[in-house]
Design a protein around this ligand. Structure first.
Ligand code: NAI
Length: 303
């Protein structure tokens, strides 16, 4: 299919992009600004492992880039842990907020055996609490105006699991649950919440992937999906998308048809073991997309 004839514009829209001083966030900010959005470029300018911070340069450079191209942007240097201050920057500069792209992130990769509580807490503070804090501050504004577009940035590390990333994977999967619940709460208020699981060349991945692979993973190959999900004409909400290298695909939960045990037929550990093939058989899988669908099928359906 060819691209839609009408160019998708963001005139009059106010967007916050967290962690927009580099990598994926920078590309999201540049794309939205080039389409008319006024952008808050947030970045505390820290190291990849949550070290340092307090540098203004990362955000300033992107703001300069946007302005040089004729766009409108302001910088914010707060940590996402201080989400209210980031939203305040949008309100002070532009009077409202329509779009929040939760993108800021750090890594503290270490095997679980060697991980300490600080590694766990810091990753959760930035990814999960940070996204919550920024979103929580923007939420009343969006509810009041009956409009909002929110993006969470998850990761295949959480969805599929990855050695050395228990802290990161847990926080990233937490964002999937956060987004799913928030999407339900936003439905009646015109607020859509979607999640991306990107893969892209950035300082986060440059040491773990070979150059020829990185060359195919340009961060700008993720941003068109983000922009579409943030557009007023996009009705998608509660979606989770894998995206990278120009490939985009929606993912969803699948449940095996399963097995039903009655008291009369015996419900014992042995009975469970004897029907394990049925419990794990996806040949007739189904795809519940809400709590309601899930419960209904459990209470009424099944074998
Ligand atoms: P990056 O390291 O280039 O960008 C992250 C940005 O967030 C940095 O500019 C950093 O200064 C900023 N940041 C860190 N902590 C912050 C805080 N507390 N407050 C405000 N800003 C903060 O990394 P990249 O690859 O662009 O990552 C962007 C997002 O995408 C992250 O959430 C990451 O976990 C996620 N992601 C990236 C993947 C990839 O392949 N690059 C894979 C899966 C997920």
């Amino acid at each position: 299919m060819s691209a839609p004839a009408t160019k998708l514009g963001f005139d009059g829209r106010i967007a916050i992009v967290t962690g927009a001083g580099g990598g994926l966030g920078r590309q999201h900010a540049l794309l939205l600004a080039s389409r008319g959005a006024k952008v808050v470029v947030n970045d505390l300018g820290g190291g990849m492992h949550g070290d340092g911070g307090g540098g203004h340069r990362a955000a300033d450079v992107v703001v300069d880039e946007i302005r040089a191209a004729g766009g409108v942007a302001v910088a914010n240097y707060d940590s996402v842990e201080n989400g209210e201050a980031i939203v305040k920057t949008a309100l002070d500069a532009f009077g409202t907020v329509d779009i929040v792209i939760n993108n800021a992130g750090i890594l503290r990769d270490v095997s679980f055996a060697k991980m300490n509580t600080a590694d766990w807490d810091l990753v959760h503070k930035v990814h999960l609490s940070g996204a919550m804090r920024v979103t929580h501050a923007a939420w009343p504004v969006m509810r009041e105006k009956g409009y909002g577009r929110i993006i969470m940035t998850s990761s295949a590390a959480g969805i599929y699991g990855n050695f050395g990333q228990t802290n990161y994977g847990a926080a990233k999967m937490g964002l999937v649950g956060f987004a799913a619940c928030l999407a339900e709460e936003g439905k009646s208020k015109g607020i859509h919440v979607n999640t991306i699981a990107p893969i892209a060349a950035s300082r986060m991945t440059e040491t773990i992937m070979p150059p020829e692979v990185l060359a195919r993973l340009k961060p700008e190959a993720v941003s068109p999906l983000v922009a579409w999900l943030c557009h007023e004409s996009c009705t998608e909400t509660k979606g989770v998308f894998e995206v990278g290298a120009g490939y985009i695909s929606k993912i969803r939960w699948e449940r095996a048809l399963g097995a039903r045990f009655g008291e009369s037929s015996g419900f014992s550990p042995e009975a469970v073991a004897s029907r394990w093939n049925e419990i794990t058989d996806f040949s007739q899988g189904e795809y519940p997309s809400s709590m309601h669908e899930s419960f209904n099928a459990i209470l009424q359906g099944g074998k």
